[in-house]
Design a protein around this ligand. Sequence first.
Ligand code: PMP
Ligand code: GLN
Length: 384
Amino acid sequence: LNRRLAEFGTTIFAEMSALALRTGSINLGQGFPDTDGPEEVREAAVRALRDGRGNQYPPGPGIPELRTAVAAHQQRRYDLSYDPDTEVLVTAGATEAIAAALLALVEPGDEVIALEPYYDSYAACIALAGGTRVPVTLRPADGRFRLDLDELRDAVTDRTRLLLLNTPHNPTGTVLTREELAAIAALAVERDLLVVTDEVYEHLVFDDAEHVPLASFPGMRERTVTISSAGKTFSFTGWKVGWVTAAPELVTAVRSAKQFLTYVSAGPFQYAVAEALALPDSYFEAFRADLLAKRDVLAAGLEEAGFSVYRPSGTYFVTADIRPLGESDGIAFCRALPERAGVVAIPTAVFYDHREMGAPFVRFAFCKQKAVLEEAARRLKAAG
Ligand code: PMP
Ligand code: GLN
């Protein structure tokens, strides 16, 4: 293994999902739903397979139907207009989009700012691109993990190439507010930064939180690579269909890297996701209401089991503080939890460079059936 990758080992998701299987635990670690997405979207994939659409290499940038559907979605939801031919690229999930964007845009030695704790592929892809990561830490305050805008401003240097943003934010569940995003946009314009923004949880926002794409702020459209994916929005994490929207030069750059990573992603699923993106608003509303109810079941259960809980404004994840249980090391806690309680969770510390800052936090996924969440809560309470 080369030096760039050596520090990363096996992803925490593989380790913890294997542990869940081995111990027969309820897996609230890796974020994937235990109920598949809409029947009609599954049928669309079957139809494409059966009719011979996408069974041979689809076009490199993605099938036109899906690129058009992505552009229409950005227009309908956010009033952002993108040309499906030059400003949309289909990728093998958001994961490939992140990798391709960083490989395409970062020069060795460039600094990349990322919000800490960060999704694990960010650090690895920054390293693969030869960049240096500069974490800006989200700090818990008033029940939410907050971005300190002064800290972000101070992190920018002459070597900063890009800002890697994520909202709604995994693992904390924070949704950046319109005011925070406006300030980030102003900083990006002032310091002439590129921004790669991972918005895979764009439809998973709760209460009065609102997802606002960074690309919609003044001066941002031309400097922002927006990434999303069908996995979370339609509950098909196994399909690995993602996409990028950006100005033509940026899409061309990302595509240059993508063509040598996967060239294209699986054809039939692209046809199905094109149909999914055109589902009526009622689908998105029902999906969000269902997840919100699950969030509340898990958050209440964790509170009853003695954790202190950050109720998230978005994503699949609740962050719990283990200190009220008399514990302080989330990694040790999560390694012991399957044997102790028959539940798997992810130690938030693994998403930090400053591991000590994440030590007392544990991430639980609530994209599971209510009965499963209730059983997990019961087990956690019994294990006390
Ligand atoms: N970004 C974030 C923040 C994620 O949480 C995930 C998946 N859990 C991804 C990207 C990857 O998405 P995909 O499965 O579409 O590759
Ligand atoms: N994004 C999912 C999570 O955060 C996992 C994705 C993966 O397994 N790489 O749990």
